[in-house]
Design a protein around this ligand. Structure first.
Ligand code: BMA
Length: 328
């Protein structure tokens, strides 16, 4: 299998512990970012990182002591130890008509052509998906919102598909919706989006019996787009968020080639089971080294801290194909 993504020679990595029975394993030093990443923070999680100039940069969700979420830039030499900028990101070309940073959460960062695009959930008469771009993680230009309210999860594919910008997103309502399917949308100019196609909804499996939503930017392989996503179980005690995976068609990514019949990462450690929202694993970035197929997954834990996990893309693709709810 070919991994059609750039090499990341310094990708953070740890081998799978010999006693780990799973295909996705956690970094032994988790959480990589704690809840007090800044003095004014009560949580730092659901944050997106990318390779940048031989090191790593990212956009981080930082919740303040009024429990409002803000976006901050972060820097790391190794993808593990992070420095979070004390001041929140300011947008150029910000326009009240596009919404502002009244609240901002669950960023994704995707390198596409010459830009790093930041896609996040923001308030504009209710939650919708905001868009900004940067080349240096110091100056961010705000573009028009991607979608109408209400929508709380959006992520770009890392290249144009059929000559168009392409994204996955998850329409919702104003709150923690008891429903949600993943849709595909495309655009010529990043402003006008359409050709909205249904990708998939919840399955009959209980780990994702309430709703699903897109996670990190899909990883391109010659077998299709490997996409991790979050699935939500509605238990008698509240929602449980876990990570699943699917393979989308390379040219028509609204077509699900394979869909794993179980989750890959379920809350089970103390930092995933204890926090502001116990029982949450929320993947937002998956960096794949094109040379080795090693993947480093960054995920929010219990809406409080940030975790790092690893897997081999080849193993995951093989596993999905062997254990699929959908056949190609
Ligand atoms: C979602 C979002 C995420 C959060 C998750 C679990 O709806 O609000 O930011 O991690 O719920 O609380």
């Amino acid at each position: 299998m070919k991994f059609l993504c750039p090499s990341i020679p310094n990708l953070p990595w740890e081998n799978r512990p010999s006693d780990c029975p799973d295909l996705v394993w956690r970094y032994s030093g988790n959480p990589v970012i704690g809840r007090r990443a800044l003095a004014k923070a009560t949580g730092c999680y659901n944050s997106a990182v990318v390779p940048f100039e031989g090191k790593f940069a990212g956009v981080f969700r930082v919740d303040y002591k009024d429990r409002m979420p803000h976006l901050h830039t972060g820097w790391s030499e190794d993808g593990i130890h992070w420095t979070i900028e004390p001041e929140e990101i300011r947008l150029h070309n910000g326009d009240p008509e596009k919404g502002d940073f009244h609240y901002a959460y669950d960023p994704r960062v995707v390198k596409l052509e010459d830009w790093y695009y930041v896609i996040w959930c923001m308030g504009y008469h209710g939650p919708t998906i905001g868009l900004a771009r940067t080349k240096d993680f110091r100056s961010y230009e705000q573009l028009d919102n991607l979608l109408l309210p209400y929508n709380r999860n959006g992520v770009f594919f890392p290249r144009k598909i059929g000559g168009k910008y392409a994204m996955l997103n998850r329409p919702s309502d104003t709150g923690h919706t008891p429903f949600g399917d993943i849709f595909f949308s495309e655009s010529d100019d990043l402003v006008h989006w359409g050709r909205h196609r249904h990708v998939m909804g919840k399955s009959g499996k209980w780990w994702e019996d309430k709703k699903i939503g897109p996670g990190p930017a899909p990883i391109e392989t010659d077998e299709g787009w490997l996409a991790f996503y979050h699935g939500v179980a509605g238990t008698c005690n509240g929602y449980i968020y876990a990570m699943g995976a699917m393979i989308l068609d390379r040219d028509e990514p609204w077509v699900v080639r394979y869909r794993l019949n179980q989750c890959l990462l379920l809350p089970e450690t103390p930092y995933e089971l204890t926090g502001y929202v116990p029982g949450v694993v929320f993947p937002v970035a998956a960096l794949c080294d094109g040379d080795t197929g090693r993947v480093a997954i960054y995920y929010g834990s219990a809406d409080t801290v940030s975790g790092l996990a690893f897997c081999q893309a080849q193993d995951i693709v093989d596993f999905i194909k062997r254990n699929s709810l959908t056949s190609a």
